[in-house]
Design a protein around this ligand. Structure first.
Ligand code: COA
Length: 177
């Protein structure tokens, strides 16, 4: 979704009095976005820089990156949202999906994550969705509490598997995020 798409310009007052502004990412934010993606997905097999470049070269309709900024500290967090055809236990299609969310440690528990999720929900509503889905790693209990505080209900637990396909040379660095 381009810079003027749904989710733009959401303002809120985070706890501790910090005013947080959530808006779609712009090309000027590329370095900040790269740093935040690296913090959230340090072991990612994906090439963050190439994906960010591709996003600005041809802004997608089916996903968006939203950034949260404060006047005093600049960009303090981001969320990536998208639409998926289906999600576990959801009753509608397409479904809005919270693909990733990260708030810098010094700015946590002040309402920034909530502001990002609410802006993501507005984006998903604009993309025709009536439900929002997400996931987390089992060990990330803080993320579980965060999701529940935001109104998400647990809809299932999944075990992931992988195997190399016999007889095929494995690509370097391939894995899951
Ligand atoms: C999860 C994360 C995005 C939350 O961001 P945040 O800005 O601290 O969240 P908020 O301050 O908006 O909190 C919203 C609600 O969630 C609750 N919450 C947030 N983090 C929590 C935690 N670790 N434990 C318990 N509750 C938590 C808050 O108490 C708040 O509830 P309330 O509004 O009812 O008081 C942030 O901790 C983070 O970036 N973590 C590392 C990355 C990560 O785990 N991402 C999620 C991957 S699925």
């Amino acid at each position: 979704m381009g810079p003027d798409g749904p989710g733009a310009g959401a303002r809120g007052v985070a706890r501790r009095g910090a005013r947080v502004h959530v808006r779609p990412v712009t090309a000027d934010d590329a370095d900040a976005w790269l740093a935040l993606r690296g913090a959230l997905w340090p072991g990612s097999a994906g090439d963050h820089a190439a994906e960010i470049e591709a996003y600005f070269a041809d802004p997608p309709d089916t996903s968006a990156c939203l950034v949260a900024e404060t006047s005093a500290h600049g960009i303090v967090g981001f969320a990536e949202v998208g639409v998926r055809s289906h999600a576990e236990e959801c009753r509608s299609s397409p479904v809005g999906y919270l693909e990733g969310i990260y708030v810098k440690p010094a700015h946590r528990t002040a309402g920034v994550g909530r502001a990002l999720v609410l802006a993501g929900e507005r984006w998903a509503r604009g993309a025709g969705c009536t439900e929002m889905a997400s996931d987390r790693e089992l060990a990330n209990e803080g993320s579980g509490a965060f999701h529940e505080a935001l109104g998400f209900e647990e809809s299932g637990r999944i075990v992931c598997y992988r195997k190399a396909i016999p007889g095929v040379a494995s690509a370097p660095g391939v894995g899951s995020r």
